[in-house]
Design a protein around this ligand. Sequence first.
Ligand code: IPD
Ligand code: CA
Length: 278
Amino acid sequence: MASEKTQEWFSVAINLVKEAGQVVRDAIKKKKNIETKSSAVDLVTESDKAVEKLLIDGLSSAFPDHKFIGEESVAGGEKCVLTAEPTWIIDPIDGTMNFVHSLPYTCISVGLWVDKRAELGIVFNPVLNQMFTAIRGQGAFLNGERIWASGQKELSQALVFAEMGTSLDPVKVDTVLTNITTLMPKVHGLRAMGSCALNMCQVASGGMDVCYEFGVHAWDMAAAYLIIAEAGGTVVDTEGGDFDLMRRRVLCAATPELAAAIAPLLKQYQPQPDGSCN
Ligand code: IPD
Ligand code: CA
């Protein structure tokens, strides 16, 4: 059983995420006000900001001592620092490009880390009504049903997410394309769908065997990291070593064998880590 405290954190958070889901559902088919951030394809809308405000207002009034790392707050100049204190790590809309185009592969991602360890994770696609959840030590679930990674060990049989990202830096673009060229003849299939958190949840629920990405942020991974771990999957750095939430790189796989087969094939890229420039 999760501690009473964790259970309370979880139930407050999941109710707020459901409320936020209504905001996304109401807005996805409508015209959006779109601004750009780090690049012409790194987008934010009024819904990203509204969802982040709803979540942070609700969580901070329930838990006044807790800390926050929110994508749009960081974009607005807040610090991106993970301490040992309970910290909610929030991506109000992951897959904003998809949301802007009304493509229903988009989600709200909320993770709580305590003592620099993942305590709970919620990833909700409100358009398709898919609620992925995990509490540390309690398993991973999709709409209340237990999920598991696929168990796939063979690279030649693996279905792999090779995500594009939101950076147009030529070195990063070359890394993405080189990795696709290397992997394509070696794996069963390659895909890219545009939401890191949902990609990770597909690995957790066995529909995909691998996802990797360079340039993601803590808020893209904080919740889904625990969902994969609790589903029996593997999350490591893209070179195969320990995963570091702030390092902006991730390799998720159904099994350690699959992660070990893919890591040495990847051309590596190291973006500026989260927290290093603000
Ligand atoms: C992005 C999505 C996308 C990934 C980018 C992320 P956002 O998040 O997860 O799949 O490739 O690296 O930044 O901007 O839609 O929240
Ligand atoms: Ca986002």
